[in-house]
Design a protein around this ligand. Structure first.
Ligand SMILES: *[C@@H]1O[C@H](CO)[C@@H](O)[C@H](O)[C@H]1NC(C)=O
Ligand SMILES: *[C@@H]1O[C@H](CO)[C@@H](O)[C@H](O)[C@H]1NC(C)=O
Ligand SMILES: *[C@@H]1O[C@H](CO)[C@@H](O)[C@H](O)[C@H]1NC(C)=O
Ligand SMILES: *[C@@H]1O[C@H](CO)[C@@H](O)[C@H](O)[C@H]1NC(C)=O
Ligand SMILES: *[C@@H]1O[C@H](CO)[C@@H](O)[C@H](O)[C@H]1NC(C)=O
Ligand SMILES: *[C@@H]1O[C@H](CO)[C@@H](O)[C@H](O)[C@H]1NC(C)=O
Ligand SMILES: *[C@@H]1O[C@H](CO)[C@@H](O)[C@H](O)[C@H]1NC(C)=O
Ligand SMILES: *[C@@H]1O[C@H](CO)[C@@H](O)[C@H](O)[C@H]1NC(C)=O
Length: 482
């Protein structure tokens, strides 16, 4: 487990895994593994773990014609490969082609590798989608009361899972789901594209995710997560197609992602009202960097609205936003309880924004009427610095909660240039408290200007999160021509 306990700077280890195991497999169970000439060049990519066993979806009857269902092929492949969890782990390669499939479950010590031009197509046949229990921290599905459709790629109680590739694609084919959701024709909450629950040691990298029925990536009750190089694309006018939603997760790194979405590019969450308070699992130790986001009707990074288990120690830097409704947005409500604290953002470049900063204390949206009206969220120590925004309609809309001031807000070194038709009132602040320095246009009186140079800058932590020191190995798979 040296990967997660390493100290100091990351060590890069180069390991060559020769698939000698494949020969053994061939002779023992007759399943042809990893022996096709089409991958004759082998594979090489960085990962948290390299695997001893490798197989192609085609070895399990997979057909990549875009019409044949591969649900059984995925199930057979992963059932078979799961036996190697304690024998060096396994990898399932999805070759170029269009692979129609229903939802399937991952296993531990497992890599799903999508080659270039491999496209997973999520089936649009609702009957293939198992209905599972609502999340305990939500009490009900997000779209409807009761259960929810399982995610296309689902994992529960797993350790050491990698989903990566040479930019292969997972296509949720969400159109009928969006239409039925809007028409109120769904009895259960829409599926997500990838959901991992109660899992640890996770890597998702270098793949493209498109058109999810709802959220694209949802790690929930997870820890030790690396997300890198994801391209996430959904039409900007479809409902709830959030990019990446870390939910009650610890120690997560999200880097180098490009997200165009009909909802928040990243939404940090931790459960909903009384259910989230009772479950009590925060999202903490989250770093987001080098994110590019286009979200015309939502936020680049949202904190909430489900935040009842608490959100703390979030660092975001080097963020680019284009044509988005808001930059960083805190969403909460009376009844949520929980907290959003120790939030640090620096280095944002924004172009064409409705609001740069937005805090909403009256978001509403309760799971049911049994929420506790005395459960007030604590919002404190929120730091924003080193930002430039152009073509902005309104600099900031900061609405705290009466009797529950959002406090410790610090904004420094921020230049906001306005659109041709800006709002007259640029900073509308209620029930918030904090300071500002070197910010234009001039912030509201509730964030008094300390004058240039009086405060150096708003805080940003110096030390890395543990996930940033994790070991990543270069895995090489030399595929023999059998
Ligand atoms: C995946 O796991 C879930 C719950 O753990 C289960 O309900 C579902 O049937 C499994 N799906 C498949 C395809 O095995
Ligand atoms: C989780 O997996 C471990 C083995 O990895 C097993 O011992 C445990 O029972 C599982 N827990 C649940 C809730 O499935
Ligand atoms: C991956 O594919 C997407 C969609 O085709 C594309 O926009 C993106 O630039 C590709 N990323 C890389 C690194 O090639
Ligand atoms: C939804 O539930 C109703 C009533 O139980 C049922 O008639 C209908 O067929 C269901 N719709 C779907 C899409 O499952
Ligand atoms: C992703 O791909 C880029 C090149 O396109 C490569 O530099 C990087 O190491 C890859 N990262 C992972 C985690 O797969
Ligand atoms: C102010 O922010 C800009 C980026 O917008 C950065 O280049 C500059 O170094 C910052 N100035 C200070 C004094 O930190
Ligand atoms: C500026 O923002 C407005 C919306 O407020 C938009 O219509 C316009 O295209 C933007 N201009 C540029 C140059 O991006
Ligand atoms: C300012 O925000 C408050 C809510 O906090 C709202 O009631 C008021 O209308 C806003 N004022 C303007 C001019 O937008």
């Amino acid at each position: 487990m040296e990967f997660w306990t390493s100290q100091g700077t990351a060590q890069v280890t180069y390991i060559t895994v020769l698939l000698v195991g494949a020969l053994v497999l061939l002779s023992t169970n007759g399943v042809v593994e990893c022996g096709r000439p089409r991958i004759s060049d082998g594979l090489e990519y960085p990962a948290i773990s390299c695997r001893a066993h490798s197989a192609s979806l085609e070895d399990f009857g997979g057909v990549g014609d875009g019409i044949t269902s591969n649900t059984q092929a995925f199930k057979a492949a992963i059932d078979h490969l799961s036996q190697f969890s304690s024998q060096g782990g396994s990898q399932l390669i999805v070759p170029p082609g269009k692979w129609l499939t229903g939802p399937f479950n991952l296993t531990s010590h497992f890599t799903l590798y999508l080659q270039e031009d491999a496209v997973l197509l999520a089936t649009q046949d609702e009957n293939e989608w198992t209905v599972i229990e609502p999340l305990p921290s939500y009490g009900r599905g997000r779209d409807t009361e009761g259960g929810r459709y399982i995610s296309l790629i689902f994992g529960y109680n797993l350790t050491d899972v990698v989903i990566t590739g040479a930019n292969g694609t997972i296509d949720g084919q969400g159109e009928p789901w969006w239409r039925k959701f809007r028409a109120g024709e769904l009895n259960y909450t829409r599926p997500y594209l990838i959901e991992l629950m109660f899992s640890q040691k996770i890597q998702m990298s270098n793949i493209t995710l498109i058109n999810s029925p709802s959220w694209h990536v949802h790690p929930v009750y997870c820890r030790d997560i690396i997300i890198q190089g994801l391209t996430i694309l959904a039409p900007v006018k479809v409902p709830n197609t959030d990019g990446i939603n870390p939910d009650s997760c610890t120690n997560t790194q999200i880097e180098d992602c490009y997200i165009v979405s009909g909802d928040d590019c990243i939404a940090v969450k931790s459960g909903w009202d009384q259910y989230g308070i009772a479950f009590g699992m925060p999202t903490k130790q989250l770093v987001i960097r080098r994110l590019t986001c286009i979200s015309p009707s939502s936020a680049v990074i949202a904190l909430g609205s489900e935040m009842s288990g608490g959100i703390e120690d979030v660092r975001a830097e080097d963020i680019t936003a284009i044509n988005s409704e808001s930059g960083i947005r805190i969403k909460t409500a009376v009844g949520r309880g929980g907290y959003v604290k120790d939030i640090y953002v620096r280095g944002m470049t924004m172009k064409t924004m409705k609001w740069v900063f937005w805090m909403t204390g009256n978001y509403g949206s309760h799971p049911d009427n049994n929420y506790d009206p005395n459960a007030l969220p604590v919002i404190e120590n929120i730091n924003y610095r080193d930002m430039v925004a152009e073509n902005v309609t309104m600099a900031a809309r900061l609405e705290g909660i009466s009797g529950d001031t959002f406090s410790g807000i610090c904004i420094s070194n921020v230049t906001i240039r306005l659109t041709q038709k800006p709002k007259k009132l640029q900073w509308n602040c209620t029930d918030v408290a904090g300071i500002s320095s070197d910010v234009t246009p001039q912030p509201c009186d509730l964030l008094p200007n300390q004058g240039p140079g009086k405060i150096a800058a708003c805080n940003f932590p110096e030390e890395n999160l543990p996930i940033e020191n994790a070991d990543v190995q270069m895995c090489s798979y030399k595929i023999p021509n059998l």
